[in-house]
Design a protein around this ligand. Structure first.
Ligand SMILES: [Zn+2]
Length: 103
Protein backbone atom coordinates (compact mmCIF):
# COMPACT_ATOMS: atom_id res chain seq x y z
CA UNK A 1 0.00 0.00 0.00
CA UNK A 2 1.19 3.47 -0.84
CA UNK A 3 0.13 6.85 0.52
CA UNK A 4 0.12 9.97 -1.65
CA UNK A 5 0.10 13.37 0.11
CA UNK A 6 -1.99 15.87 -1.86
CA UNK A 7 -0.67 19.32 -2.79
CA UNK A 8 -3.19 22.09 -3.47
CA UNK A 9 -2.69 23.52 -6.95
CA UNK A 10 -5.17 26.44 -6.91
CA UNK A 11 -6.15 29.17 -4.46
CA UNK A 12 -9.50 27.52 -3.67
CA UNK A 13 -7.60 24.37 -2.65
CA UNK A 14 -9.84 22.14 -4.73
CA UNK A 15 -7.38 21.05 -7.43
CA UNK A 16 -5.10 18.41 -5.94
CA UNK A 17 -1.89 16.82 -7.18
CA UNK A 18 -0.60 13.64 -5.50
CA UNK A 19 3.06 13.31 -4.49
CA UNK A 20 4.87 10.01 -4.13
CA UNK A 21 5.92 9.19 -0.57
CA UNK A 22 7.08 6.39 1.69
CA UNK A 23 4.82 7.58 4.51
CA UNK A 24 3.29 4.94 6.73
CA UNK A 25 -0.48 5.00 7.23
CA UNK A 26 0.07 6.40 10.73
CA UNK A 27 2.42 9.14 9.56
CA UNK A 28 0.15 10.19 6.69
CA UNK A 29 -2.91 10.24 8.97
CA UNK A 30 -1.13 12.44 11.54
CA UNK A 31 0.75 14.82 9.26
CA UNK A 32 -1.10 15.21 5.95
CA UNK A 33 -4.15 17.46 5.59
CA UNK A 34 -5.22 15.38 2.62
CA UNK A 35 -3.82 12.19 1.16
CA UNK A 36 -4.77 9.28 -1.04
CA UNK A 37 -4.19 5.66 -0.01
CA UNK A 38 -4.24 3.05 -2.75
CA UNK A 39 -6.22 -0.13 -2.31
CA UNK A 40 -6.63 -3.15 -4.54
CA UNK A 41 -10.17 -4.50 -4.73
CA UNK A 42 -11.67 -7.34 -6.76
CA UNK A 43 -14.87 -6.71 -8.73
CA UNK A 44 -17.76 -9.19 -9.05
CA UNK A 45 -15.84 -11.09 -11.77
CA UNK A 46 -12.72 -11.41 -9.61
CA UNK A 47 -10.75 -8.89 -11.66
CA UNK A 48 -8.42 -6.75 -9.53
CA UNK A 49 -8.70 -2.95 -9.67
CA UNK A 50 -6.52 -0.28 -8.11
CA UNK A 51 -8.61 2.34 -6.34
CA UNK A 52 -7.70 5.28 -4.14
CA UNK A 53 -9.28 6.31 -0.84
CA UNK A 54 -9.21 10.03 0.00
CA UNK A 55 -8.33 10.77 3.64
CA UNK A 56 -8.69 14.18 5.34
CA UNK A 57 -7.33 15.38 8.69
CA UNK A 58 -10.06 18.03 9.08
CA UNK A 59 -13.69 16.93 9.19
CA UNK A 60 -15.32 17.06 5.75
CA UNK A 61 -18.98 17.31 4.87
CA UNK A 62 -20.24 15.36 1.87
CA UNK A 63 -20.22 18.58 -0.18
CA UNK A 64 -16.59 19.33 0.72
CA UNK A 65 -15.56 15.73 0.07
CA UNK A 66 -16.89 15.84 -3.49
CA UNK A 67 -15.56 19.33 -4.19
CA UNK A 68 -12.07 18.14 -5.15
CA UNK A 69 -10.49 17.54 -8.55
CA UNK A 70 -7.66 15.05 -8.04
CA UNK A 71 -5.03 14.02 -10.55
CA UNK A 72 -4.26 10.29 -10.87
CA UNK A 73 -1.07 9.35 -8.95
CA UNK A 74 -0.11 6.84 -11.67
CA UNK A 75 -0.61 8.52 -15.05
CA UNK A 76 -0.73 12.07 -13.58
CA UNK A 77 -2.81 13.30 -16.54
CA UNK A 78 -6.29 11.88 -15.99
CA UNK A 79 -8.56 13.08 -13.19
CA UNK A 80 -9.84 10.53 -10.67
CA UNK A 81 -13.57 9.75 -10.61
CA UNK A 82 -15.39 9.11 -7.32
CA UNK A 83 -17.03 5.66 -7.19
CA UNK A 84 -18.33 5.56 -3.63
CA UNK A 85 -19.57 7.84 -0.87
CA UNK A 86 -17.45 8.88 2.15
CA UNK A 87 -17.27 6.38 5.06
CA UNK A 88 -17.17 9.18 7.66
CA UNK A 89 -15.96 12.80 8.05
CA UNK A 90 -12.30 11.86 7.57
CA UNK A 91 -12.29 8.72 5.42
CA UNK A 92 -13.79 10.09 2.25
CA UNK A 93 -14.75 8.70 -1.13
CA UNK A 94 -13.15 5.90 -3.11
CA UNK A 95 -11.77 6.97 -6.51
CA UNK A 96 -10.71 5.26 -9.71
CA UNK A 97 -8.71 6.45 -12.70
CA UNK A 98 -10.70 6.00 -15.94
CA UNK A 99 -7.45 5.69 -17.93
CA UNK A 100 -5.31 3.40 -15.73
CA UNK A 101 -8.25 1.18 -14.74
CA UNK A 102 -8.87 0.28 -18.41
CA UNK A 103 -5.46 -1.35 -18.88
ZN1 LIG B 1 -4.31 7.15 -14.18
Amino acid sequence: MANYPLIKMNTEGTLLRPQHSYYSDEYATNWCDLFLADCILADSKGKLHKYYRLHAKQDHTMEMAFGYDIHCPDCKSAMLKPISAPINYNELGLYRCPVCDKK
